[in-house]
Design a protein around this ligand. Structure first.
Ligand SMILES: *Cc1c(COP(=O)(O)O)cnc(C)c1O
Length: 358
């Protein structure tokens, strides 16, 4: 059985060492020392000035929308995980979908201005598979029309744009540290902003609005994360370089082995410090995807239609996005995780080639 993804678990004794400390202190959650240590370590590793560790990547998005006090319409991408859209709707705003670029699968910045109305308050775009959006263009449009920008950078851990962490772009960037993501804390997320005022606001929002034990600074929520989750992050972090270089090798091995398969790959060539979090392939037709997926399944290999369906066709959304609809119908993510072996990769590729050539 080959899963599509597998969470990395650090050596047990390294996690246990953190647990010993938790038992000694009897401090389990509420901004404990391990949460602080993880925030510091991540800031250092990513080279970012500010970051807040929160419960998950979805609450990170909701905190971002709330902190910026967004109302009305938010321009967003149809090609992302459902949390990108559901967070907008959950916060009482309306998602307005703008189609994507076929080569990066990120929102097509050239189509954004046509979607702006007097009700538009922000742009919420996803760096799909860790491939950066056109951040410069989006920033110019946002400035011109006085819009806020949030990036859902759930896939983009470690990626850079023009030498800077991708998390430094937009008014706020968010990340997910879920067990299936390249860096994980079991459940967890990060909120990033350059603006210290905004950071302060989010830190109140994250903790019920508490300003001391008896005072509150506005309506808050429970967006905190625990010492146990921070401990997992601290135990995983030292292995990130190794995990990323393994995934990079695996991705290029897939690339070689699949040379003769009639599929295309998203354009990641120019991405700085690309993280190879996923390995998406784009079939020529949905039919080919379905037969390939079945053949893999019959051989005990999982793959995933990530992302399908497009977020413009949920039962609570609408939007005309032909490029995204087309790509969502043809894209399949192949197994990719730290200890996937060459032999397993060869088997995946053999099956895909056999289906095509039969
Ligand atoms: C995983 C993911 C999220 C949600 O993160 P959770 O930590 O699972 O809540 C949001 N957006 C995208 C693009 C994701 O892939």
């Amino acid at each position: 059985m080959i899963p599509v993804t597998k969470p990395f678990l650090p050596p047990r004794e390294e996690y246990d060492r953190y647990l010993d400390g938790i038992w000694q202190r009897n401090w389990l959650t509420n901004n404990g020392p391990l949460v602080n240590e993880l925030e510091l370590s991540l800031k250092e590793r990513l080279g970012v000035p500010h970051l807040l560790f929160v419960g998950n990547g979805t609450i990170a998005l909701q905190l971002a929308i709330k902190a910026l006090d967004l109302k009305g319409e938010i321009i967003t991408t149809p090609f992302s995980y459902v949390a990108t859209t559901s967070s907008i709707v959950w916060e009482g705003c309306t998602p307005v979908f703008v189609d994507i670029l076929p080569d990066t699968m990120c929102i097509n910045a050239d189509l954004i201005e046509a979607a702006i109305t007097p009700k538009t308050s922000a742009i919420l775009a996803t760096h799909v598979y860790g491939i950066p959006c056109e951040v410069q263009k989006i920033e110019e449009i946002a400035k011109k029309h006085h819009l806020k920008v949030i990036y859902d950078a759930a896939h983009a851990f470690g990626v850079k744009v023009d030498g800077k962490s991708i998390f430094e772009y937009g008014d706020i960037s968010t990340c997910s540290f879920h067990a299936t993501k390249i860096f994980h804390t079991i459940e967890g997320g990060g909120v990033f902003t350059q603006d210290p005022q905004l950071l302060k606001r989010i830190s109140f929002l994250r903790n019920f609005g508490h300003h001391g034990p008896d005072n509150f600074n506005g309506v808050g929520i429970n967006g905190k994360n625990s010492e146990f989750h921070a401990a997992m992050g601290l135990s995983v972090l030292p292995y990130m370089k190794e995990i990323q270089s393994r995934k990079k090798e695996q991705a290029s091995f897939y690339g070689e082995q699949l040379r003769d398969l009639s599929v295309s790959f998203p354009n990641t060539k120019e991405v700085e410090d690309y993280n190879h979090a996923y390995f998406p392939i784009l079939f020529q037709e949905e039919k080919g995807l379905i037969t390939s997926m079945k053949a893999l399944e019959n051989n005990g290999i999982s793959s995933r239609r990530y992302f399908y369906p497009g977020l413009n066709s949920l039962d609570y959304t609408t939007g005309y996005c032909p490029v995204s609809d087309d790509i969502a119908s043809r894209v399949l993510c192949l197994p990719l995780y730290h200890d996937l072996t060459r032999e397993e990769q060869r088997m995946v590729c053999r099956i895909l080639l056999r289906v095509q050539n039969h």
